[in-house]
Write a new protein. Structure first.
Length: 318
């Protein structure tokens, strides 16, 4: 009998094929189970199993902000100190510092990091914005009540005018002229707003534009509402600490059908350096309800019109 004939068992090939297919199905199911298990493990890795805890990505973002805050307060920090402060490994901190450096928010040093120039400006502006935040919001809402669809508005730089920009962002068919890079970043994606950014030189330490080009460009426009802030206000007028901003503020005010000064109560009777307008040159002052009675008294004599936006955080002082 030939060798090939000795193994010619009826149905053997069919059974082998069935067994092979069964094994293949089992392997496929196992691979599917393994893949599902890997996905589950990855999800568990990215999210903490503790109820109410943040996903890992969010934890990292929170940690990044806290690292920048710590550097802004202390000037510098070592990897070892940051590792102890946040209860994570030195490798994790080094990875955080690398990402923050790539974002321009800090500069890595040997064994640690310091805040970058961009990080210093960013934090200072954010910190300034948090001062009297409730009062600035009340002022912004008061200004927003004057804004109608189709209006043209100019906004100078500052945290109060930034709050106004956020508040009016939903108004239809607005044209907004500004010298503030921060305001431009808030409004540029809104299709209902035609944004005009004045040219000029970027100011050192502040996200806005200044210089002769900014001033000259501002004088080419006429708007319904010209809105400016100030570093200080007295009986003698509105003041700024930056001399280079005086002419820009004057140019913005000159182009307004109606001029509005927006300042929180902390700016009154506050010494400042360069005056850009007398109170009589401003049509309307909008401030908050924390302005003292003494200040209100002289405002009633020297200002054309003053509105005290009600803020839950403040009541009139003596």
């Amino acid at each position: 009998m030939a060798l090939s004939e000795s193994f010619n068992v009826p149905g053997l090939g069919s059974r082998i094929g069935q067994e092979a297919r069964a094994k293949a199905n089992i392997l496929a199911e196992k691979r599917g189970t393994d893949e599902l298990g890997n996905k589950i493990r990855e999800t568990r890795r990215l999210t903490s199993s503790k109820p109410g805890s943040l996903p890992r990505a969010e934890k990292m973002n929170v940690r990044h902000e806290r690292i920048v805050k710590l550097l802004s307060e202390n000037g510098e920090a070592s990897v070892h100190a940051l590792s102890d402060a946040f209860a994570v490994s030195a490798m994790t901190i080094r990875r955080d510092l690398l990402l923050l450096e790539q974002a321009g928010r800090l500069t890595r040093t040997h064994g640690g990091a310091v805040l970058s120039k961009l990080g210093i400006v960013e934090f200072a502006f954010e910190r300034q914005g948090k001062k009297y935040a409730a009062e600035k919001l009340a002022i912004a809402r008061e200004v927003a009540s004057l804004v109608q669809p189709g209006m043209s508005i100019s906004l100078d730089s500052g945290t109060t005018t930034l709050e106004i920009a956020k508040t009016i962002a939903g108004v239809d068919s607005l044209t907004v002229l500004t010298s503030s890079l921060a305001i431009a970043s808030v409004l540029y994606a809104h299709e209902n707003i035609e944004l005009v950014l004045l040219g000029g030189q970027a100011r050192s330490g502040s996200p806005d534009l200044t210089g002769w080009l900014t001033e000259e460009n501002a004088r080419q426009f006429h708007v319904d509402l010209a809105i400016v802030g100030a570093d200080g206000v007295s009986r003698h007028g509105a003041f700024t600490q930056a001399v280079d901003l005086t002419k820009v503020c004057q140019a913005i005010l000159a182009g307004g059908e109606k001029t509005i000064l927006v300042v929180d109560h902390s700016k009154f009777d506050k010494p400042s350096f360069a005056r850009f307008a007398t109170l009589k040159e401003i049509d309307h002052i909008i401030t908050d309800s924390g302005v003292s009675r003494r200040t209100r008294k002289w405002l009633s004599k020297h200002a054309n019109h003053t509105t005290y936006a009600r803020s839950a955080a403040r009541s009139p002082r003596d």
